[in-house]
Ligand binder design. Structure first.
Ligand SMILES: [Zn+2]
Length: 435
């Protein structure tokens, strides 16, 4: 059980900050996902950035957050937003985000709640906290300054997914940029992030040790494979996350191969409706609306069976951990013409990882061999090493704090910055002081 005793299990330092900035990671400091970080300076201004949970089995939670009046949530992915209801229910924290992130929060939290009930995992917040959290949002448009204590803050577009922001913070002493999850490259649904000059850069490093292939070439390799599967009479099953990847895949397919019959099934249906209510956060929003009319959305059982005859099925979950994607994989596995096309990183212990490594999937509790073609494509919306390096250099900071990365990722980036920018590799629950 991961349950906090509010005010008793926090290990946040009691002493005030004398000068500069204190950063204290509750989670996500030396790992991918599960983010939460407290920033505080000598004015006594204290801000939490993100409070998520890692949707592994069982889920991973960040450390208990100390008393904090304000939290900024960078985007709606569950490893950044998933624990926010706890803050509101237990600490009365005010939540700040872009209008789209705030609008998506209800879908994300309700799904987290539902999954915890189905899987039987404890969740540190309940339905009442969720209800209060929905009332706790203050939203800010990109570029508008707002105040948190003695600090001024404003959002910048982060790329990554629609509504995702980077945070620029001006304290009396320092200018800080927090990237959140970011990409400088445009993707079908969002434009990329632009650098912001700062003294201290908090840089995500998910893909710090990887060089992405050129995005357009990877998209074309992906479409070519889909068409190859369809030509041999098969169906391509494409597991994809509900917010971001699924919609990107559909836009790529419609743009490159509009004659395909593509079905979409998953939580992304509600997410996409909310996206379309926020066209200012979407790249070429009309193309998204057209794509959404072009694909067929699966709702009932008879739709599911029809989808089995389609050319393409795009469905959740993105790492084949449950969701309709697993139901489809179970039906499609009997015909060798079919294929499963993975479109991003498959975490250790996930269904997709088992499929890649051993050609098996956990289907309704049974480890089942999958004798189908499986291919992986790199259509990530996180900057790779080249993007992260040129972005960081253009921000011209004195300090860079690399977070949201595994050991390989942060060491690779750290080596590149050596002698140029002072690098900090944080550990969870250990303060770092920056001046
Ligand atoms: Zn994310």
């Amino acid at each position: 059980m991961v349950l906090y005793t509010p005010g008793h299990t926090s290990t946040y330092p009691d002493e005030p900050v004398e000068r500069g900035l204190r950063a204290f990671f509750l989670g996500g400091g030396d790992e991918v996902g599960n983010v939460g970080c407290i920033l505080e300076d000598s004015t006594g201004t204290r801000l939490l950035i993100d409070y998520g949970l890692a949707p592994t089995r069982p889920p991973k939670y960040p450390a208990e957050c100390p008393k904090v009046d304000h939290a900024i949530i960078t985007h709606s992915h569950i490893d950044h937003i998933g624990m926010a209801p706890w803050l509101v229910g237990h600490l009365g924290t005010r939540l700040h985000a872009s209008p789209l992130t705030a609008a998506l929060s209800e879908v994300m939290w309700r799904d987290t709640y539902k999954v915890s009930k189905i899987e039987g995992y404890p969740l540190a917040w309940d339905k009442r906290d969720l209800g209060e959290a929905l009332q706790a949002w203050t939203t800010h448009q990109i570029g508008d300054w707002f105040e948190i204590g003695a600090w001024k803050c404003r959002f910048h577009r982060a790329g990554h997914i629609p509504g995702a922001v980077m945070i620029e913070i001006e304290t009396p002493e320092l200018r800080i940029l927090w990237t959140g999850d970011m990409d400088t490259r445009a993707s079908p649904n969002t434009l990329g992030a632009l650098p912001v000059e700062c003294d201290i850069l908090f840089l995500e490093g998910t893909y710090g040790n990887r060089i992405h292939p050129p995005r357009i070439e990877e998209e074309q390799r992906f479409v070519k494979k889909v068409l190859e599967v369809v030509d041999r009479g098969g169906t391509a099953l494409i597991p994809a996350f509900a917010s971001g990847r699924g919609q990107d895949i559909l836009r790529i397919l419609r743009r490159e191969a509009p004659a395909l019959e593509a079905h979409y099934h998953g939580m992304g249906t509600r997410v996409t409706q909310i996206w379309m209510e926020h066209p200012e956060s979407i790249r070429e929003p009309k193309q998204l609306a057209k794509t959404w009319r072009w694909c067929r959305r699966v709702s009932g059982k008879s739709d599911r069976r029809k989808a089995l005859d389609a050319n393409v099925i795009v469905s959740t979950s993105g790492m084949l951990d449950g969701g309709p994607a697993v139901w489809y994989a179970n039906r499609l596995r009997h015909h060798r013409a079919n294929a499963i096309l993975l479109t991003g990183y498959q975490a250790e212990g996930s269904g997709g990882r088992l499929l890649l490594d051993e050609g098996k999937l956990r289907i309704f509790g049974n480890i089942t061999p999958i004798d189908l073609e499986v291919e992986q494509f790199s259509l990530s919306n996180h900057g790779g090493q080249n993007e992260l390096l040129s972005f960081a250099r253009a921000c011209a900071p004195r300090h860079v704090v690399i977070f949201h990365a595994d050991q390989d990722g942060r060491e690779a980036l750290s080596t590149q910055f050596a002698g140029e920018i002072k690098v900090h590799l944080p550990s969870n629950r250990v303060e770092i002081l920056l001046e």
